[in-house]
Design a protein around this ligand. Structure first.
Ligand code: GLU
Length: 268
């Protein structure tokens, strides 16, 4: 029997909810639901300088506004003792108390002297402990894959286990349709709140097509809009697109009008 599918989305509360985060959340949610699996919401809040309770609450609000319900959720900040425990098993100490593992040609710090973990280590240990089987995220994470796989092997060795490393699936970058520049949360573009004039259903449809496409070239013609349930239903008959995608607001406007029309028809 195949192992139960478990996916996760892991937003950092470092800025207001971004369409890139919403896309990652939607794709991981759909993957889990389409395969009778489990979907976990993890909050990457160990970078204390940037995180804030208000931003964390906002993530929860947005996830539930878009009906991307999780089966389980946790904050990395609640797992500091676990990061310490495993870091001490797999790593070596620097003089200052930080912990590193030797990658061959360089030392990678996994735990800072103040006990806070670095992203690659915390993320890998979380995926390990929560038995994550599939990770869908942006191609900007491609270079983290081999580092995380290496850390995973160290954890398996230390804990005398043989858990399989999750399958990594990458979705292309989102580029502004006009400027062709990356839509980045660092420069404040692409916040979900910028699209508050549009319905959440239209936004989800728009976002889905920014990372997923059906194998049937006629699909969009026949099914211009989908409910979340319909997305779950069709998800496995399409692919996640690793190529960069241009984002056009006109498409969202069009979808929004389609949705309004559907609603009017349904209420007649
Ligand atoms: N907190 C990371 C981010 O927002 C998570 C990356 C990952 O999915 O591993 O990019």
């Amino acid at each position: 029997m195949n192992k139960k599918v478990i996916t996760r989305v892991a937003p950092s509360p470092s800025g207001f909810f971004h369409i890139g985060t919403l896309r990652t959340a939607l794709l991981n949610y759909l993957y889990a639901r389409a395969n009778d699996g489990k979907f976990i919401l993890r909050i990457d809040d160990t970078d204390q300088k940037r995180g804030s309770e208000e931003l964390i609450d906002y993530i929860y609000e947005q996830m539930s506004a878009f009906k991307l319900h999780h089966d389980e959720t946790f904050k990395q900040s609640s797992r500091l003792p676990r990061y310490r425990e495993v870091a001490d098993l797999i790593g070596e100490n620097h003089e200052d108390g930080s912990v590193f593992i030797n990658m061959g040609d360089y030392n990678m710090t996994i735990l800072r002297a103040d006990g806070y973990p670095l992203y690659n280590f915390a993320s890998t240990l979380d995926d390990y402990d929560y038995n994550i089987t599939h990770i869908i995220r942006g191609v900007d994470h491609i270079s983290n894959g081999p580092k995380q796989e290496r850390i995973w092997k160290e954890i398996n060795l230390a804990l005398q286990d043989d858990k399989p490393f999750p399958e990594l699936i990458h979705a292309g970058l989102l580029l502004d349709g006009k400027t062709k520049k990356k839509i980045s949360k660092r420069d404040g573009s692409g916040l979900v709140s910028d699209y508050s004039d549009y319905s959440n259903e239209a936004i989800l449809n728009w976002i889905l097509k920014l990372g997923w496409s059906s194998k049937d070239p006629q699909f969009d013609k026949h099914y211009p809009t989908l409910t979340l349930e319909e997305m779950v239903y069709v998800f496995n008959s399409g692919n996640i697109n690793p190529a960069n995608t241009k984002v056009f607001i006109d498409k969202l406007e069009w979808l929004h009008k389609k949705h309004q029309k559907n609603e009017r028809n349904n209420s007649n």
